[in-house]
Design a protein around this ligand. Sequence first.
Ligand code: NG1
Ligand code: ZN
Length: 551
Amino acid sequence: MASTLPAELIKSLSDQHPKPSDIHFQYGTAGFRTLGSTLDSVMFRVGIIAALRSKKLDGRTIGVMVTASHNPEPDNGAKLVDPRGEMLEASWEGHSTTISNAPTSDALIEALEALVQTAKIDLSKPANVVYARDTRSSGPALVSALEDGFKALKATTRNAGVTTTPILHYLVKSINTKGTKYSYGDDSEEGYFQKLSTSYKKLVAGKAVQPPLVVDCANGVGALVGKQLNEYLGDTLQLVLANTATTIPSALNNACGADYVKVSQKLPPSLSSVLKPGQRACSLDGDADRLIYYYLDDRGGFHMLDGDKIAALVAAFIVELVKVAGLEDQMKVGVVQTAYANGASTRYLQERLPVKCVPTGVKHLHHAAERYNVGVYFEANGHGTVLFSQPTLDKLAEYQPSTPAQSRAVEHLVSLTELINQTVGDALSDMLLVEVVLSHKSYSGEEWNSLYVDLPNRLAKVSVPDRNAFKTENAERRLISPTGLQAKIDELVNRYQGGRSFVRPSGTEDVVRVYAEAALKTQADELAMRVAGLVYDEAGGEPAFRPKEFL
Ligand code: NG1
Ligand code: ZN
């Protein structure tokens, strides 16, 4: 290999971004994610890692997104995006963790040299990176640390500014497929809006215009992007944007946004004077990759339509189109969920098509969905998308329909492949997808909600001294460690009608999560509280670790 690492340059820049000695960083399910004020050295190193990853892949463009998604404003993070717009390859998660923890500049250079050796990186190759950030106030300083990392490896970069995580994924894939027969789209924000709005307009042509949709932007970047999307949609759909205060730092994800709605199962208080009974509304999260719908009934009762309900709506619609198109035998549709999927949704879906359960984390869902011709994957929290395999896309392009009905169904399927952001869950793309289905089926929120009745459930979290003591199996549905705890959970669950509960360590927060379901709401709450109590007792925590947050 011709070149070596520019050690002097790396060292001088690295000295400006020293690693805090008391913190161990980890590249988890959502990349690096912790308090923004601690991430300066991590960002510098992520810049270097992205450049090396690009060199490893022959100069293909790698993405870096600076965001902490639905987490509170003081948090921040970074996530690397591989060339096809998908999550970073698993082996590089470990490399990233190792490099982020090198204690000094010299140790960093040593760790980088080791990576170059083990991953067989040809340093003479070019490095290309595209990066973006959300609206967090710690963003600009962290991006400048990231840019120092790019400089250290002399990477060629493109700053995509302040945008959503899914748009960054879209850009990565579009850049890497530019000029090929698999071109994903024009590699610009405009290209993204054009692609989404054009396919939406095709799909709803001839249908009655949907009534205005209230969109809670979580006071994040979705507000900026939603405003632009509104313009592209024109009079085909009116988005009433709410929670758009992107310049008030404390407002981000605070008592609003998809995570607030999903976890508290409540309407964001800021919408109580905006939302009319029967009107549809949805919440995005801080980087606009999650989506939760809801509506109020005539008596003001709140009804949530989460990722599971979106999966049920969308999967049934696609199955129907495939059938009408006459492609039933050649295009198998399947669904992927995690253990957090509501038991009623799993039952509903299993009666209609194949369903697979995988561990939490988008990469697991994405990979499992790739095994179907059309793979629908959604986390209950509203993160998800639909994947059409390349042979499926080819088949749709070549197919010769024999009736006008078949021809219309095929056109709709093709438009769906353009409307759906297949790189990653995308709140805005998913929102348009939902609107298309509601419009085709003439469903109100209430009719959509009645596809199946959610089992009452409760998500809780417990702070423990060491969450790594909790290990799971069977797609995280059972604990194998600490020993004996699963048997105690089973014993409790058996006492509740329709009871189900599981415990797993979070991959993004320093907590253990507890999920419980039961036939009645009070029982689901009680079961969650009791299982959380077991976790707390087992972890042997101090009173500071008491499970406070589960009710
Ligand atoms: P953890 O913290 O590992 O539970 C959370 C979500 C995941 C996923 C990641 C990434 C729940 C229960 N967990 O992971 O589904 O979205 O964040 O953002 O919603
Ligand atoms: Zn997010």
